[in-house]
Design a protein around this ligand. Structure first.
Ligand code: UDP
Ligand code: MG
Length: 345
């Protein structure tokens, strides 16, 4: 049997602090797996630089010059974790039998990659990495994340509980994923939709080793909201439900007040008037806002803009001889030099 060609895709955004560690850990693991004969020597690690503003790209690039197994993909600007991941997955899939995605901070235990590959060899097309418990996350992150999964479930979105973007996908599954060409791609929801045989592998999540989270509260909320509105129309239904209920309630109150009026018991009624104006006004604004959110999504989808642009593809390009063993240090020139090179190739 041919050996499995594996590519590990690692999205990186301003990860200079943790990158040397990540490169050596993942690089070492890949070497071991190759030596054990579990995967082919054509296996690679693909670091996707998501428009970092620090030395992330030059670090990846320099390492790539030294080590054939370390490859890089430089995106033209920051497009966010999900899109950077997609860029890596789609670049890697044509040259791999399977692709594993993992975050650059190695919070996810890389030793289970072995199990991922075993599962793949057993014939599973998708293998999910699932956290056993989240005791290393802050209490806040843990509770909000768990609430998010539960909420999504309630709204009928099939998510794997406590699974982030640490997973293996076969080339076949990735080909299917590519057919989902929506702009708002929420991977955790889409992958289970692809179907195929899937398995889960359990591990303990660690703390971030260096650098800080690239998902502050604001981004986390946006991500959760995006996930919900990309997959479910339950919020709109809920608004409709509130609308109907308040309509019914107003009918009941209306008839009650009318009866009072005809019986001559009316009072000035300022309080009830002003509260209902505020209440209904607020509800209407929420409803309009929510509908707007979905229209915004349709607007984005209708433009069909590309999800990412690749600046430098240091994965598919063979390395030109005169660039090997270069001593140059800084990032900018690397990018441009390589850019002109690829035009002449
Ligand atoms: N990331 C990215 N683009 C972004 C933000 C984050 O590629 O705009 C990457 C980041 O480098 C990391 C992964 O996405 O590899 C997850 O980010 P992080 O570990 O900060 O998130 P957390 O684990 O705190 O949710
Ligand atoms: Mg992290």
């Amino acid at each position: 049997m041919e050996q499995t060609i594996l590519t590990i895709v690692v999205p990186c955004y301003n990860e200079e602090e943790v990158l040397p560690y990540t490169i050596s850990e993942l690089g070492g693991l890949l070497k071991n797996l190759i030596m054990e004969g579990l995967i082919s020597h054509k296996s690679r690690i693909l670091f996707v630089d998501d428009g970092s503003k620090d030395r992330t790209w030059p670090m990846i690039y320099k390492e790539g010059l030294r080590n054939e197994q370390i490859r890089g993909l430089k995106l033209s600007r920051n497009v966010g974790h999900q899109n950077a991941l997609l860029a890596g997955l789609f670049t890697a899939k044509d040259r791999s039998d399977c692709v594993i995605s993992i975050d650059a901070d190695l919070q996810d235990d890389i030793s289970v990659i072995r199990e991922f590959i075993e599962k793949f060899d057993e014939g599973f097309d998708v293998v999910y990495g699932v956290r056993k418990k989240r005791d290393k996350d802050s209490l806040f992150k843990r509770t909000t994340a768990e609430a998010f999964y539960k909420l999504m479930r309630k709204m009928g979105v099939d998510l794997i509980y406590n699974h982030a973007d640490y997973r293996l996908m076969s080339k076949r599954a990735l080909d299917e994923l590519e057919r989902f060409d929506e702009v708002n791609l929420f991977l955790r929801g889409i992958v289970p939709m692809i179907g195929f045989r899937s398995a889960s592998v359990y591990y303990d999540r660690r703390e971030r080793l260096a650098g800080e989270t690239k998902y502050p509260l604001k981004k986390m909320l946006a991500f959760a909201f995006d996930g919900i509105t990309s997959f479910s129309v339950t919020p709109i239904r809920f608004v409709l439900f509130i609308g109907c209920t308040s309509f019914l309630v107003s009918l009941i109150f209306g008839s009650y007040f009318l009866t009072l009026k005809f019986m001559g018991h009316t009072k000035t009624g300022w309080t009830s008037l002003i509260t209902s104006i505020w209440l209904i006004g607020g509800l209407q604004l929420i409803a309009i806002g929510l509908v707007g959110e979905y229209i915004g999504k349709i607007y984005k989808e209708s433009k069909r803009r590309p999800k990412f642009s690749v600046d430098i593809d240091f994965y598919n390009l063979p390395l030109p001889d005169h660039l090997k063993n270069t001593d140059r240090e800084e990032g900018e020139t690397f990018g441009r030099d390589f850019g002109t090179l690829s035009e002449t190739n």
